[in-house]
Design a protein around this ligand. Structure first.
Ligand code: PDD
Length: 286
């Protein structure tokens, strides 16, 4: 397995970063995850745009030329790892770089950002897509800049681990009584044929898959309200589902041990799944 690190393709096993890297010390970095089908990066431009905005959001400035090389490096890496035919996933992480001594303030003068990219094969969660997932609710204890896709994922990983230990597949995060998202996906609800999702704001990551679902909803003439759903209303919903790059469109059929509606994926999520799969697999990939 080859990875890309700071200008060089290297073996995963021997690639190294400095122990002074601010990504390692402070979680001072931004990442992206991109799905690949037969060598084609799904929603490539949306992911690159969000990566750029995230880096600008925390003041990390890779050179323009360096940033513009990223798509070519991703394709090169897919070829080197023989991942041009099936399904794959690309992970890009850019940190503020290595600097010593440790200071909370940013290095002055700025250091070169660390750029790390890996690729791997990907197997979609087909069983959960067709049967539905179990979720638990948890308080959303993350910071208030969730719109930035930073590498600081401790609250996210801890709550996924708690869900796993509780026999659940994922987590419904709740802030001030309202469902925000999951630790690694956005959440949509359906009530009376209307689609609800938390508004794009600093309290959620504005997902690329969420964006695609909103486009599909317009095409399928499903009304959408970007209005938060309260945790209290969970038991009255017709449908609930997750959206994300590695999650795809995943129905949630049980929350805190109680079935959502009849405990089976509903008609709206099924239609959206079908439309999404057509876009991703049939190459309708704007
Ligand atoms: N997670 N919300 C959060 C907190 C996420 O981490 C993600 C993605 C999403 C969905 O965004 P998108 O549709 O752009 O993938 C929403 C990635 C896949 C991860 O951390 O692995």
């Amino acid at each position: 397995m080859e990875i890309y690190l700071n200008g060089q393709f290297q073996k995963l096993e021997t690639a190294c970063i400095s122990v002074t890297d601010r990504g390692f010390i402070f979680g001072d970095g931004i990442y992206e995850v991109i799905r690949v089908v037969k060598g084609s990066l799904f929603r490539e431009l949306d992911h690159l745009k969000r990566l750029k905005e995230g880096l600008e959001g925390i003041g990390i400035h890779p050179g323009k030329a360096q940033f513009e090389q990223l798509p070519e490096i991703c394709r090169d890496l897919l070829k080197r790892n023989e991942l041009m035919n099936g399904e794959a996933v690309i992970y890009i992480q850019i940190t503020r770089g290595a600097s010593w001594p440790r200071t909370h303030t940013h290095p002055e003068p700025p250091v070169s950002p660390t750029v790390y990219i890996n690729t791997s094969t990907f197997n979609p969660y087909k069983e959960l897509h067709s049967k539905g997932a179990k979720a638990i609710t948890e308080s959303d204890v993350r910071w208030t800049r969730c719109n930035l896709k930073t590498t600081q994922l401790l609250p996210n990983t801890l709550s996924r681990e708690r869900a796993k230990n509780a026999g659940a597949d994922n987590v419904i995060l709740v802030r001030d009584g309202m469902i925000t998202e999951s630790p690694n996906a956005n959440i949509f609800a359906v009530k009376n044929d209307i689609l609800y999702t938390y508004p794009a704001s600093n309290y959620i990551l504005s997902g690329i898959t969420r964006k695609v679902v909103l486009e599909i909803a317009v095409r399928l003439q499903i009304p959408v309200k970007d209005t938060p759903i309260s945790e209290f209303d969970l038991c009255n919903l017709d449908e609930l589902f997750l959206t994300g790059t590695t999650t795809d469109i995943m129905p949630i059929t049980m929350a805190n041990g109680k079935e959502i509606s009849n405990g089976k994926p509903g008609p709206i999520v099924s239609k959206i799944q079908q439309a999404y799969n057509e876009m991703m697999y049939a190459g309708r990939n704007p």
